[in-house]
Design a protein. Structure first.
Length: 197
């Protein structure tokens, strides 16, 4: 269970959580397509999950998500962590993969390697009004053919969303049906995944 107690320095007391995070400042906004992928992934599981996600967002003032509009990143963050707590990690992995699927990829991005490298720019471009707040990012190191290491340290959402975004990006650009494997690498502090396809 997560405890969301905001301290003076805008940190949350996550004493009962398995993953700590810094609360996104209220000024930061996230583009609607990020939230849209979250909602669509739930609806694909079942209509009741879709309704549950929409209700979580509505409780935070986010209704009728428009992919081109901007919404409170703090409210989205709360909904994502609530999902992790109440529904589970796999749901967030699926949501991250759906976010990659609904992303509008630039025309020059045509390979898995290009897609993974573009994740960081996409992440930066889907957040605004950040001021001095660092929204983290996706730093990619291509290892061998069909292998990469992705550092998602600092991304203010549950790591499972990042894991799903990596998997979804690989599947979107993959030219064959090989199995996508993603594993979390021990990294203190930080969130690092190794992917193979």
């Amino acid at each position: 269970m997560y405890s969301f107690i905001v301290l003076e320095n805008n940190q949350l007391d996550m004493s009962t959580a398995t993953e700590s995070f810094e609360r996104v400042p209220e000024s930061v906004e996230v583009q609607g397509y990020v939230i849209q992928g979250y909602v669509e992934s739930a609806a694909e599981i079942s209509e009741s999950y879709g309704k549950r996600f929409r209700d979580q967002l509505a409780d935070r003032g986010i209704e009728d998500v428009d992919p081109d509009k901007w919404y409170s990143a703090a409210d989205a963050q709360d909904a994502f962590y609530e999902t992790k707590e109440k529904i589970g990690s796999q749901t967030l992995i699926n949501a991250g993969a759906k976010m990659a699927e609904v992303n509008e990829w630039p025309d020059h991005v045509t390979t898995v390697e290009d897609g993974l490298t573009t994740l960081d720019k996409n992440h930066q471009n889907t957040h605004r009004n950040t001021g001095d707040y660092d929204v983290g990012g996706y730093k990619v190191v291509h290892l061998d053919e069909g292998e990469a290491r992705v550092d998602c340290t600092g991304v203010p959402y549950p790591s499972e969303l990042g894991q799903g975004a990596i998997k979804g990006t690989i599947k979107f650009f993959q030219k064959n049906d090989s199995v996508v494997k993603i594993s979390r690498v021990e990294s203190e502090p930080g969130t690092v995944f190794e992917a193979s396809w």
